[in-house]
Ligand binder design. Sequence first.
Ligand SMILES: NC(=O)c1ccc[n+]([C@@H]2O[C@H](COP(=O)([O-])OP(=O)(O)OC[C@H]3O[C@@H](n4cnc5c(N)ncnc54)[C@H](O)[C@@H]3O)[C@@H](O)[C@H]2O)c1
Length: 257
Amino acid sequence: MSADGLVLVTGGSRGIGAATATLLADRGERVVIVDIAPEPLAGTATILWPAPFDVASEGGVMAGIADIEAAHGPITALVNAAGVFGKMHSLERVRMEQWDREVNIDLRGTFLVARSAGIRMAKRRHGAIVNVASVAGMTSGPIHAYTAAKAGVIQLTQTLAAEWGRSGVRVNAVSPGFTRTAALEAGIASGALEKERLARPAAMNRLVEPMEVAQAIAFLLSPQASGITGINLPVDAGFLAGSSWEAYGGLPQPPAS
Ligand SMILES: NC(=O)c1ccc[n+]([C@@H]2O[C@H](COP(=O)([O-])OP(=O)(O)OC[C@H]3O[C@@H](n4cnc5c(N)ncnc54)[C@H](O)[C@@H]3O)[C@@H](O)[C@H]2O)c1
């Protein structure tokens, strides 16, 4: 990122995208946010792209990226944070419309925006992309399309890193654990998820904050990460490290102080 750079954040009106856009704008970056349900981020210097932007629409993404560059200049950094959660179902009850929706937005959408912006960055020999995957793409769960889509995002990240490595474009992913966004809070409020059950497997026994994911994304976009491409960085409060301890009787409590 540089003074004359432009960061594009998809899904920027809410959750992890909003936290990332806010952090980067607070650090002096020029940040444009796009969303299928666009809403400005009050109290920030982020620039809202007012037209609805659907990451799953090939024509919409190609036209949208061209229009954004025409209006605001070359995109130098991209954060693919738009996404939808997986619906929890038993295998027999997975509806294929739901499957297609999750794969279309979470995987196809990530590809479409990365391709559109990345080709332009590669021609200019400069750019950085961070895709928001999930620990769900590194483990398993009763969210069949979502886990597959997120594993696809992690794989796609490596492929695009190799594709554009010689063109000066870095591509990395972050994999958040359960993160306290409005989307997750809604899942808790509906009774589909339970806060303590989500936190317990994590080594740190808590949810991740959206700003913690934003900090990792900002690092991967920054010159401090100039030698890093093709990686997937979990930001999960130790969810991956702690999950298997249940089989051995659970994680230890801290010693009395
Ligand atoms: N919150 C978590 O626990 C968690 C954990 C791991 C990964 N993630 C991933 O992080 C990303 C952001 O999740 P979040 O929790 O911030 O959710 P969120 O619902 O708070 O934010 C997602 C944003 O994406 C937008 N969006 C949805 N479909 C879109 C589309 N087709 N085109 C453009 N924008 C669209 C929504 O309007 C919303 O503003 C998602 O990819 C999600 O899978 C979240």
